[in-house]
Write a protein that binds this ligand. Sequence first.
Ligand SMILES: C[S@@+](CC[C@H](N)C(=O)[O-])C[C@H]1O[C@@H](n2cnc3c(N)ncnc32)[C@H](O)[C@@H]1O
Length: 273
Amino acid sequence: MLRKKIVQLEAEGLCLFGAWLEKNRPGSVRSRRQVYWQLRCRTGTLPNRKQLMHLDKEQVPIYQQAIARGRKIKACQRQIRDTERRIERLVARAEQRGIVVRNVLGDPDASPEWYTPPGYISLVRQVLGHIDLDPASNSMAQAWIQADVYYTKQDDGLRQPWFGRVWCNPPYGSPETRLMAQQFLEKAIAAYQDGMVVAVILLLNRTGAAWYKTLQQQVTALCEVTKRIAFLDENGVPQPSPRYYSDFLYLGQEPERFLDIFSSIGTVRQLAP
Ligand SMILES: C[S@@+](CC[C@H](N)C(=O)[O-])C[C@H]1O[C@@H](n2cnc3c(N)ncnc32)[C@H](O)[C@@H]1O
């Protein structure tokens, strides 16, 4: 809600932070009778990149609105921060009492360009034997995934044919990828049911989402990873303390193999036969 509001405000036009308008300051070089406006800013983010800007009268409402937008955005950001801190405190308290709270904060910190660390890929390789296709990828992650074929954002893996032994960690963590986890999982299930693929898929643990509960029923087996995965960023740097948990999903004929291998990193369960 608050994040949407921020996007809306940003789309409305110029937003000024830490800025204010002043009128008729003493010592003005202009005539006393003339209304004299200046725009000031603490941090040097005015459109002229300075901290002070003289305005004509007709510019005043434009900058008043920009300042109001900036203040509203700041207020939203404060509320988001306060809420997140409250949630973190509650989670910490719950965890002290031995209650595991999964993915309460969603994925606001995640990025579509976060990659799966090689250790997890090696477990996937043990289950699948080999990775024929990675349908959501890029050349950097292929350094250790080494799929025979991979699709990138430009190819759009959702529009390409899927085949063979598939590893998939779909993009998420940005507004434009919001629905992709579901779409990639649906495509994997359809391709499995058509006999085109066996697959291991990595998703955020979304136990609360109705679509996830429904689609899980069609997955062969599942591993809820005990530790939060420190994904690698575009420079290969592990991301500290991700705030969410992840699940590996298996679509294939060898659930025992998957359960055996993935039990080393989490709680495993067989779902559909
Ligand atoms: C979460 S990363 C996973 C990368 C890699 N497969 C891994 O496991 O580490 C998702 C990748 O999918 C790419 N991507 C985004 N949209 C895509 C699309 N429509 N089709 C294929 N790849 C896409 C992103 O650029 C990103 O490199």
